[in-house]
Design a protein around this ligand. Structure first.
Ligand code: NAI
Length: 386
């Protein structure tokens, strides 16, 4: 039973994870090297929990319990009594390795040491520990208190006991766990790539403008946000870097190739909402562009982005990155897709998916449009995912 939880880094993710663990009744010790980061984590937690009381989501006793369950500390040694530690500091492997080595010197032999990294190899982080079997990836989504999904990533060194305890603990924190293999992007950041990449490609070919592509994805596909809106929300700098990292980690697989369009937007400082301008203009009084409303065009845009997403999800299953159930849960609970991609493939039919992909491949002769071997085999055998 995990009672004492140590969190390293009190930024966006660390403070959110601390709130989740404290709300589930754990005693949380939140550490940061910067006093200012600790102060602002404390202030924002007070603000958030007060608002939850105002909205009637929690009682004022629950608010007090959450606040009292978190201790803010500026020394790593204070995490000595932890049963589980989750690290959420800068995304830099050398810095993380140094902190993990120091931490192992303070905690008990049974303490689980986890990282919230989005892109680094868990095996590599674990390798610096004397006892690497205790290391695991526990990847929350932003904002951690709201997003239901947590990817749990055992490294090749991780013991089955550590995996089982981590999984149960996160489920006790009222989250949905998807277990993923320690590969670049885990589930969500891998499977979601075509949502951005194929939308950018459709724009680059001059098939439609940003507003029309977003409109197709939302009105025909039922997604809450279009790809260009979402890239503006995430930030073109951040989204471009994730794409580039995944592309390089996959030894330049053309399926994950980053886009010049997005690179230029990032270079120009058109980062999206945070800079006031991205694919859209966020300045006061700016007019929203009007999308085209041709149903044939809108359907063809959605079909192309959707089938590329389905292909990615199918390939993740083919390569045993996660189970079909976890892949679908990851996309609906981690990035709010309206349906799981594999369930969507069943609905459209596997034959439809193969034909769409083969049409794209035959037209472009580019490797990025190759159909997953799993879809092809399933089609021959008349199988479905669920
Ligand atoms: P952040 O920049 O908001 O917070 C990082 C915190 O770590 C800062 O308060 C900083 O003072 C502290 N810190 C830096 N070096 C430290 C050290 N050596 N010891 C102790 N504290 C240190 O970063 P954010 O966004 O919370 O990300 C943290 C981790 O979570 C990264 O690995 C990131 O890839 C991952 N992540 C981020 C997501 C996001 O959407 N922001 C989503 C999921 C994972």
């Amino acid at each position: 039973m995990i009672k004492n939880v140590g969190i390293i880094g009190s930024g966006t993710m660390g403070s959110g994870i601390a709130q989740v663990a404290a709300a589930a009744g754990c005693l949380v010790t939140l550490f940061d090297v910067h006093q200012q980061a600790l102060d602002s984590a404390k202030q924002s937690l007070e603000k958030i929990t007060n608002r939850l009381v105002e909205k009637g989501r929690i009682s004022s006793q629950e608010k007090d319990a959450i606040q009292n369950n978190i201790r803010y500390v500026n020394s790593l040694k204070e995490l000595a009594h932890s049963d589980l530690t989750i690290e959420a500091i800068v995304e830099n492997i050398e810095v993380k390795k140094k902190v993990f080595q120091e931490l192992e010197g303070y905690v008990s032999d049974t303490c689980i040491i986890a990282s919230n990294t989005s892109s680094l190899s868990i095996a590599s982080i674990a390798s610096v520990l004397k006892n690497p079997e205790r290391c695991i990836g526990i990847h929350f989504f932003n904002p951690a208190p709201l997003m239901k999904l947590v990817e749990v990533i055992p490294a090749i060194q991780t013991s089955s006991q550590v995996l089982a305890t981590s999984q149960t603990t996160i489920e006790n924190w009222k989250k949905v766990v998807a277990v993923a293999k320690d590969t670049p992007g885990f589930i969500v950041n891998r499977v979601a790539r075509p949502f951005y990449g194929e939308a950018l490609r459709i724009y680059e070919e001059g098939i439609a403008d940003f507003a029309t592509i977003d409109h197709a994805v939302k009105s025909v596909g039922g997604f809450k946000m279009g790809p260009f809106q979402l890239m503006d929300f995430i930030g073109n700098d951040v989204n471009y870097t994730v794409t580039q990292t995944v592309f390089e980690a996959f030894y330049n697989d053309p399926r994950y190739k980053p886009s010049f369009t997005q690179k230029r937007f990032a270079e120009a400082g058109y980062l999206g909402r945070k800079s006031g301008k991205g694919f859209y203009d966020y300045s006061q009084g700016a007019k929203l562009p009007v999308p085209e409303n041709n149903p044939v065009l809108l359907n063809s845009i959605l079909d192309r982005i959707l089938v590329m997403l389905i292909n990615e999800a199918a390939d993740a299953l083919f390569l045993n990155i996660a189970s079909a159930k976890d892949i679908d849960a990851a996309m609906t609970k981690g990035v709010n897709y309206p349906k799981g991609l594999l369930a969507w493939a069943d609905e459209k039919s596997i034959d439809w998916c193969v034909k769409q992909l083969d049409t794209l491949y035959n037209h472009y002769h580019e490797d990025r449009y190759r159909c997953s071997a799993l879809l092809r085999t399933m089609n021959l055998k008349n199988e479905t995912f669920f």
